[in-house]
Design a protein around this ligand. Structure first.
Ligand code: GLC
Length: 818
């Protein structure tokens, strides 16, 4: 047996800590190589200040505590004292974050790094790091010092962070996980995976969003572990009082984000990773997809049916079969002899065409994309320099290395032909990346990683994100600054800057409708607000009821698209018979009525970083029971829905937050702060509008911009107290909103003693075509009769149905009804 004590001394020596004098000869040096074991930070020995950061050391390892803002602090660990390159695909490059002030205070037992809102405490004797407010309250603390273990096969370290989990703490976030909203008691990994027909609790899935929110009694905080390797999270699963996150490589680097509200944390996470740009208006209409609509006659027939049946629809998708032998950027000329003409005809009828593009490029010396990629060495290569080859739809493929900026640039230009043909949007799929048979690339595939080279272990989780990034950038240039529409299956944190997402290959079951409900709320809390499920279920056969209930949920999904696998029966809204068609039509029409409201909540997301879907926990965090509610959610600030997710369900219990709530399909008003039993006939679903809201409404259109709006309808709901509402309008197509070419109307509704007043403030430079609003009122007290607008008395008007409304100029400042 080796003398362990001696071995330790020696280990210290060969690492150069002590003098070299006492090195002695050993017969078997292998015995004296330090054992591979977990190493922990020991005591803080000293610190230095470097710009907005303090670097603490235990003599060898270093820890950087960098202040990004009053509420965002980043911690990094360098086990041997040298930090890795400070580079991130997730964090925006144009960060405008600054703390108002910060300082360091040294106590006998700790250092305190203080900002105006947050205190980070670094305990001297054990290097425990904790965070709290400025009044001395601790919100999050280490359970063990940060630790690591050498990774002899790959170099670098497995890195670990273990924090305390409070007994009442709930956890949210992590992207597309198909599990309950509260993640407590579970362990997850992040490794983007093609998971056809995934199940409840299956993990990992398609996306990697290593960001979570912890919530205890009144406080919420966030942790964003910005590490692209395979990462793991344990939320009080192995040990009831501990939460850990770790990675198979890279740096232990995380952002602590202070609350106290979950909403604050999410907004601040968006400050780091960005929001989705304003989508083109048509992208939030109803979309019809199928694997695949072909040949051309079939596409035209589906489009015609929509118009014939007066069911609104804005986009039709072409899945892989439009290509020539699944070669990206080509057309199958037998199925689509004149794509340009077909797309133009569809466009004339109000349909946008969206096409699929996958990363696998067919190995074919006669195929221009393959030739260009090969000539320029744009395809990924193995450790020993062989090309990374694998089978996907086209057969043997090679794969662009999207982590190389030159490759991204090239890939963006490849869309030129499709854009010339009139294609309006691009759907990037199989970009986990998926490879038939073996799942994904082997670990030894090398990547450019924007100059900070790495193996597939490092690049895997960002591969899809970088693919859709190059698609987005390319389209933006080719479409001459029109807003692109892109959708991706794989994602890493920050993908919202480039794309919308969907949840992949789900199943046509009631369980999956529920999973989708959970996934979309979770994605929305994790930065990916523009998200949707395959309505109706991708694989398997829904019956009319499931399809229709899913369509109802789809109206309140930020992205609304029906999609299904090639071996399933028809899935158009009329495919299940007239009874179901009528209900689907009613609900798709509802989507179009709500378009200006939905567009506004996209704006609130883009500009103010508010997630589009808001679980009840986010709306009323202070009630512990709410942390467990999963079925009802806010669709923006003013609408609350609780989709019906069980067959044959005739009623359901719905919790409504504080305030008064108007049932959308009837007259009833419900008092919030409690549960109610709501009837759920098939042609209705629990949808409620908050008292005090102003909800803009468009007439039903068959596609966006079909009709000019002569006067904008605003529905105003009486509700005691003061309430803010917003309506955002722009021309729906370009980035001119970045130069303030938009109109943001802020309505402040005040209701008290049977008097209702509305004040309006307008911001922005856009001038809509309409001049007036038509104001409709709900819940007005019977006594209120006379209307005053900016000092003048105004008479009621009556529409064709005899419903009273007030017609006012769109610039009105103040209206009072008493
Ligand atoms: C993948 C996608 C699916 C698509 C199919 C064929 O399974 O997730 O949406 O229809 O590939 O392209």
């Amino acid at each position: 047996m080796p003398d362990l004590e001696k071995k330790e001394e020696f280990a210290v020596d060969i690492l150069g800590e002590e003098s070299l004098d006492n090195i002695h000869h050993v017969n078997n040096p292998v015995l004296d190589v330090p054992a591979i074991e977990k190493n922990y930070l020991s005591q803080v020995r000293s610190y230095s200040k470097e710009g907005n950061a303090y670097v603490f050391t235990d003599g060898k390892a270093k820890v950087e505590v960098r202040i990004f803002s009053d509420e965002i602090i980043r911690v990094r660990l360098a086990p041997q004292g040298t930090f890795l390159d400070d580079f991130s695909y997730a964090v925006k490059t144009d960060l405008h974050l600054h703390p108002t002030s910060f300082s360091l205070e040294e106590l006998e037992d700790a250092y305190l790094v203080k900002t105006a809102a947050t205190t980070c405490r670094i305990q001297k004797d054990n290097f425990f790091i904790s965070f709290g407010d400025t009044k001395g309250k601790t919100i999050n603390r280490d359970h063990a010092p940060m630790h690591w273990e050498e990774s002899p096969d790959f170099g670098g370290y497995y890195v670990y962070c273990t924090k305390e989990a409070q007994s009442d703490e709930a956890f949210f976030g992590l992207g597309d996980k198909s599990t309950n909203l509260n993640l407590r008691g579970r362990r997850f990994s992040n490794w983007n995976s093609d998971t056809y027909g995934f199940g409840f609790n299956q993990d990992p899935l398609y996306k990697t969003i290593p960001f979570y929110i912890g919530v205890t009694d009144s406080d919420a905080y966030g942790i964003f572990f910005d590490n692209t390797f395979k990462t793991f999270f344990d939320f009080a699963a192995e040990q009831n009082n501990q939460t850990s996150f770790w990675s198979e490589g890279g740096e232990l680097q995380y952002y602590y984000i202070q609350g106290p509200l979950m909403m604050d944390v999410i907004k601040r996470y968006h400050e780091l990773t960005g929001t989705h740009y304003m989508p083109p208006l048509w992208a939030i209409g109803y979309h019809q997809c199928r694997w695949s609509y072909y040949p051309e006659a079939n596409v035209r027939e589906v489009a015609e049916q929509f118009r014939k049946r007066s069911i609104p629809c804005d986009a039709i998708y072409l899945d892989i079969d439009y290509m020539d032998g699944y070669r990206c950027f080509t057309w199958n000329k037998r199925y689509f002899p004149d794509p340009k003409k077909m797309i133009a005809d569809l466009a004339a009828d109000g349909f946008k065409t969206v096409v699929m593009i996958d990363p696998g490029i067919k190995v074919d010396e006669d195929y221009w994309v393959f030739q260009e990629g090969k000539e320029n060495k744009y395809f990924c290569r193995r450790g020993d320099d062989y090309f990374m080859e694998g089978y996907v739809w086209p057969g043997r493929c090679q794969f662009p290395d999207y982590t190389n900026p030159k490759v991204r640039e090239w890939w963006g230009t490849l869309y030129e032909g499709l854009v010339e043909d009139g294609v309006a949007g691009v759907w990037n799929d199989m970009n986990e990346p998926a490879v038939f048979g073996r799942g994904t690339f082997p670990d030894d595939v090398r990547h450019h990683f924007d100059g900070i080279r790495g193996s597939h272990r490092k690049a895997h989780n960002v591969y899809g994100m970088q693919m859709v990034r190059s698609t987005y950038d390319g389209l933006k240039k080719l479409q001459k600054n029109k807003r692109p529409f892109t959708i991706t299956r794989a994602a890493y944190a920050g993908t919202q800057r480039y794309s919308s997402v969907w949840t992949g290959d789900n199943i046509a079951t009631w369980e999956h409708l529920r999973i989708g409900l959970l996934q979309l709320q979770r994605l929305s809390m994790s930065g990916l607000s523009f998200c949707g499920t395959d309505i109706g279920g991708f694989t398997g056969e829904p019956d009319g009821e499931l399809y229709t209930r899913w369509m109802q949920f789809g109206v309140f999904s930020p992205f609304m698209r029906v999609h299904s696998a090639g071996d399933t029966r028809d899935r158009e809204p009329w495919s299940f018979g007239p009874e179901w068609e009528a209900i689907c039509k009613k609900f798709i029409e509802l989507r179009y009525k709500l378009l200006p409201y939905i567009y506004t909540i996209f704006w609130r997301q883009h500009k103010y970083r508010e997630p589009i879907l808001r679980p009840i926990s986010l709306l009323e965090q202070h009630k512990p029971k709410n942390l467990l509610r999963e079925e009802e959610f806010g669709f923006g600030d003013q609408i609350l829905v609780s989709p019906v997710i069980n067959p044959g369900q005739t009623s359901k219990v719905v919790y409504l937050p504080e305030g008064s709530w108007y049932y959308y399909f009837g007259e009833k008003v419900f008092e919030g702060g409690q549960e109610h039993l709501i009837d759920t006939p098939l042609d209705e679903m629990p949808v409620f509008v908050k008292g005090g809201s102003v909800i803009p409404e468009y007439p039903v259109m068959q596609y966006t911009f079909e009709k000019n709006i002569d006067a904008l309808k605003l529905n105003i709901y009486y509700g005691e107290g003061t309430h803010d509402s917003y309506v955002y309008i722009d021309h729906g197509e370009t980035f001119a909103y970045e130069q303030s070419v938009y109109n943001e109307k802020h309505f402040i509704v005040e209701c008290q003693n049977n008097v209702l007043s509305v004040r309006q403030h307008i911001e922005g430079l856009y001038n809509e075509r309409f001049d007036t609003y038509k104001l409709y009122f709900f819940g007005l007290p019977a006594e209120s009769k006379s209307v005053h607008v900016d000092g003048d008395t105004v008479a009621w008007s009556y529409d064709e149905e005899g419903t009273p409304y007030i017609s006012v100029e769109k610039e009105f400042r103040k209206l009072i009804i008493d």
